[in-house]
Design a binder for this molecule. Structure first.
Ligand code: ARE
Ligand code: CA
Length: 494
């Protein structure tokens, strides 16, 4: 039995115990499937966290809280610079970086797998470095812009000849975007079969260490047919998540990359973030086809990532309660596969994670708890993935399972919706306390808010007074302070 199956089996054991309890509570009226719990599906990006620290987080938090996978920062040798983005300038495919050694990487994969958490590695395969001067990589490999001894020579790169310096200047030109250089990064000729074969052997090496799949960095900058040819050479079960930022009016669209894997759907956060910020939430399109979104089973959705948290628009850890609210709504939705983001506080967008004297990123331990987002200093980890509220919502999501999202209701600034017959969420992005009543087919009774109290199914402690939510006459009644999120599910009766 693989780690994931073991975890599901353990969770099913818990679910069975919950069924027994609820049968007593509901005097035998519970539907037969009440205790069914969907397998975990949510992931988390642990940005610039060392391999050993990720392994610790898998055991302490990700496995127990029910994350299915973790996305790491790029594992290949990179340029030797302090900025975080050094990770995105490969020098060789040696697994030796500021985040740890090859052995540490392999050990991380084993430890995460053992607690049911699959590892997805960030694969930077569109390009090598953007350095004009010769240099030496983090693990000691010498390089020049177009020369990587034993790996690549000048002929292995595109020299697009379409712009003055061969850099991408116009995102409306498919040819520029895919064959010129993204911010001066030497662009591999991914149409070449020898280049593809070498990239495949790098990805196979990571698979041999046990990774389950890859984020394909800058996928938009490779023709979909090039990425597809690389993916086709990998085992069929390899999970692929392409980064194709949806650009208004750009010719290259995420849909081109859905034939061979999932894609990060940037529209999701662009829609939800401003709504949460403005305090005026409305339902997304609840049909199977959401406009400007890839199909449900192809979408990886998120509130922020390491790029967007450095931009203007996204909700980030800086938004505190509203950030947690947006992440709770993400986990509550029935569209796509959610990935949370957990990084570190910064005031300089380029600043790397704190490092030791030897240049390796310092160990970081969340101690099983999220940080207080309102009082972080530069370099402090946000530890969002360890939040009680998120743990509660991960449980909520598994209880909601495949139940459809029903139309939401507004109550002043508050908003809420039900996952039919399974779970209800309500949020108050406004600045004053607000009551809201959400219609629901949950049985009447007293429930416990999993955002406040955390997962309930393996917790025998009573619900804190502030977390009790009553369902009566087909409606759940919430009283929500400013910025508060509350969520109840079928298996969290008080
Ligand atoms: C750094 C310096 C540059 C320097 C370069 C070379 O900042 O000034 O020229 O090094 O020395 C990351 C950082 C970059 C960094 C790079 C390499 O963000 O700042 O450059 O690493 O170290 C486009 C791409 C998309 C890409 C974003 C950032 O389409 O793929 O730009 N995202 C991924 C990663 C990044 C990473 C890279 C790719 C490169 O997530 O973290 O860069 O590996 C519209 C378009 C988008 C476009 C966006 C921004 O929205 O639709 O396609 O995204 O504008 O231009
Ligand atoms: Ca390219």
């Amino acid at each position: 039995m693989r780690g994931g199956e073991r975890l599901v089996a353990a969770v099913r054991g818990l679910a069975a115990a919950a069924v027994v309890a609820s049968v007593v509570l509901t005097a035998g009226c519970a539907p037969a499937a009440e205790g069914d719990l969907a397998a975990p599906d949510a992931g988390v990006q642990l940005f610039q966290l060392s391999w050993t620290s990720i392994a610790d987080e898998c055991e302490q938090t990700l496995g127990p809280h029910g994350f299915a996978w973790v996305l790491t920062s790029p594992p290949q040798e990179h340029i030797d610079r302090d900025e975080w983005w050094a990770s995105y300038q490969p020098v060789s495919y040696e697994i030796d970086t500021r985040l740890g050694t090859r052995d540490e990487f392999a050990e991380m994969v084993r430890r995460c797998d053992d607690v049911g958490v699959a590892v997805i590695a960030d694969a930077v395969i569109n390009h090598m470095t953007g350095q004009d001067a010769a240099g030496t990589g983090f693990a000691g490999s010498p390089y020049q812009h177009y020369e990587y001894p034993g790996l690549w020579g000048s002929d292995d790169f595109h020299h697009c000849g379409l712009t003055a310096n061969d850099d991408i200047a116009d995102y409306d030109s498919r040819e520029q975007v895919q064959t010129c250089e993204l911010v001066n990064l030497a662009d591999l000729d991914t149409s070449s079969t020898t280049v593809r074969a070498r990239i495949v052997s790098y990805l196979e090496d990571l698979l041999s260490l046990g990774v389950a799949g890859f984020r394909i960095d800058a996928a938009k900058h490779m023709a979909a047919s090039d990425v597809e040819a690389i993916v086709a050479a990998l085992p069929e079960e390899t999970r692929i998540m392409s980064e194709v930022i949806r650009g208004g009016g750009e010719p290259i669209q995420p849909e081109e990359y859905t034939g061979f894997g999932e894609v990060f759907e940037f529209t999701y956060a662009r829609d939800l973030g401003p709504q949460v910020r403005s305090g005026s939430l409305t339902d997304p399109d609840l049909s199977d086809e959401r406009p400007m979104h890839v199909a449900d089973d192809r979408a990886v959705v998120f509130i922020d990532n390491h790029d967007t948290e450095r931009g203007e628009a996204a909700l980030t850890y800086r938004d505190g309660d509203l950030y947690l609210m947006a992440n709770a709504l993400l986990l509550a939705d029935d569209y796509g596969t959610p990935v949370l983001y957990s990084g570190y506080a910064f005031s300089d967008r380029d600043a790397g994670a704190p490092t030791e004297a030897d240049g390796r990123v310092s160990p970081a331990d969340c101690g099983g708890e999220a940080s207080d987002l309102a009082s972080l200093s530069d370099g402090d980890r946000t530890c969002v993935h360890a939040s009680t509220a998120i743990a509660g919502m991960l449980e909520w999501r598994r209880v909601a399972g495949s139940a459809p999202r029903l139309p939401g209701v507004d109550g002043g600034d508050a908003y809420g919706f039900e996952r039919e017959g399974r779970a209800v969420i309500a949020v108050n992005p406004g600045s004053e306390e607000q009551g809201i009543t959400v219609p629901t087919s949950l049985p009447s009774g007293s429930y416990c808010d999993v955002v406040l109290a955390g997962p309930r199914m393996d917790d025998d402690a009573g619900c804190p007074e502030a977390g009790i939510v009553t369902v009566a006459d087909g409606a759940a009644s919430f009283t929500l302070g400013a910025g508060r999120t509350a969520a109840i599910h079928l298996l969290a009766r008080d």
